[in-house]
Design a protein around this ligand. Structure first.
Ligand SMILES: Nc1ncnc2c1ncn2[C@@H]1O[C@H](COP(=O)(O)OP(=O)(O)OP(=O)(O)O)[C@@H](O)[C@H]1O
Ligand SMILES: [Mg+2]
Length: 365
């Protein structure tokens, strides 16, 4: 057996490890009723997600920035017998929220099925260790449980990422699991019954090509929650700032490099291109094919941070973000380039305080 790597050197710690101290502090002060096998009460899970100060003075950092009600609905629905489906355009924190929910409710976010066009039924039910199957015949020891089966046995949450990418006939395997709460194993003439605490959090984005619609039978077994794009510029800037700050720390980039003005600019450009109109509502602009989500604004800024730290003067400036910005906007080399050039010449050029950015983008050609 190999030793598990030290949590201080892994590139990205699981939510339950990265925030172990917050989760422990919440569990300590949490005297509200907990649903069976939940590590925390719904109130404490929501506090973990949205942040706050505990009675003992512990600061809980906000993970999700947005509507409190939305998170309350998500948490409450996990405490019922219906599964939770987080739906939304790319980059609206569906995966992020599901990971933190699993960490807070079950203490582990690692039971996860990644949905792809090639996801087989074994990923939702069980498979076999063929060497053992041949040697011993079908036994429980030869059976390889899926994350879903393990969650049923342990009464925990399992995450299913990109549910709508899974072929429709494979998705159907979930119907019995979600409605009957058991998983038959005909080969062993037995079954696994879900323990209290078991539930499913699925994510799906409604923008992707090549997705398979959910059957109405499956849809009925989920409470669907749509995660929206951030309402205001200020809110989106705050999301980007918090994430860039913590990513910068985990990449050991010097602190304080990110400049709020630069984040505001990138987010303004993304919002204007996304909505097709400038912030002052005066000029209409064309939208590129790219989604330009908050998640992409975060990567543009993180790239800028790395450039500034390693090659610049230590502060993120226009030429540090320009390359990432153009890369995020121009996904289609022909159409998007036209859209971008037009935006550059009609909007960016006219903003006097944006000349540095205009020049940096022009230099990139
Ligand atoms: N409202 C928000 N609050 C906090 N973080 C957010 C918010 N919106 C986006 N993010 C950040 O955006 C990043 C990307 O989110 P995530 O990967 O969860 O998106 P997604 O909705 O799963 O997208 P996809 O459909 O592409 O899988 C995360 O790092 C997350 O922190
Ligand atoms: Mg996702």
């Amino acid at each position: 057996m190999s030793e598990s790597p030290s949590p201080t050197t892994v590139l990205r710690a699981h939510a339950e490890d990265a925030h172990a101290d917050e989760l422990a502090a919440l569990a300590a002060v949490d005297d509200r009723p907990r649903p069976p096998r939940w590590r925390l009460s719904p109130w404490a899970v929501t506090t973990y997600l949205l942040g706050g100060t505990l009675d003992d003075g512990t600061e809980v950092t906000p993970k999700y920035l947005g509507s409190r009600r939305l998170m309350e609905v998500a948490v409450a629905s996990l405490a019922t017998d219906r599964a939770l489906l987080l739906l939304g355009v790319p980059g609206t924190a569906k995966t992020w929220v599901s990971e933190h929910l699993a960490a807070a409710v079950s203490g582990s976010s690692t039971l996860v099925v990644q949905g792809t066009a090639g996801t087989p039924e074994e990923s939702l039910r069980y498979g076999w260790n063929y060497a053992r199957l041949l040697a011993e015949g079908p036994t429980r020891a030869a059976l390889v449980p899926s994350p879903v089966m393990r969650a049923m046995e342990t009464g925990t949450l399992v995450r299913i990422e990109e549910l709508t990418r899974i072929p429709a006939d494979v998705q159907d395997a979930l119907i019995t699991i979600l409605s009957e709460k058991h998983l038959p194993i005909p080969e062993l003439d037995s079954e696994v019954q879900a323990q209290q605490g078991f539930n499913v959090i699925a994510t799906a984005n409604n923008r992707d090509k090549g997705v398979n619609d959910l059957s109405s039978a499956l849809k009925r077994r989920f409470n669907t929650l749509v995660l929206p794009l951030p309402d205001t510029l200020a809110q989106e800037v705050e999301i980007v700032r918090t994430r860039v700050d913590s990513l910068g720390r985990s990449l050991e980039l010097p602190p304080g490099l990110e400049s709020l003005a630069e984040i505001e600019r990138v987010v303004t450009i993304f919002r204007e291109l996304r909505s097709g109109v400038t912030a002052d509502q005066r000029t209409t602009v064309k939208s590129p094919s790219a989604t330009l989500s908050t998640a992409e604004a975060i990567s543009v800024m993180t790239n800028g941070l790395s450039l500034a730290a390693h090659f610049g003067d230590g502060v993120v400036r226009a030429d540090d973000v320009a390359a990432g910005l153009v890369g995020a906007v121009v996904k289609d080399p022909v159409q998007d380039r036209i859209v971008w050039q037009e935006y550059l010449e009609t909007v960016v050029k006219d903003r006097t305080e944006w000349t540095d950015l205009y020049r940096a983008c022009r230099e990139l050609g």
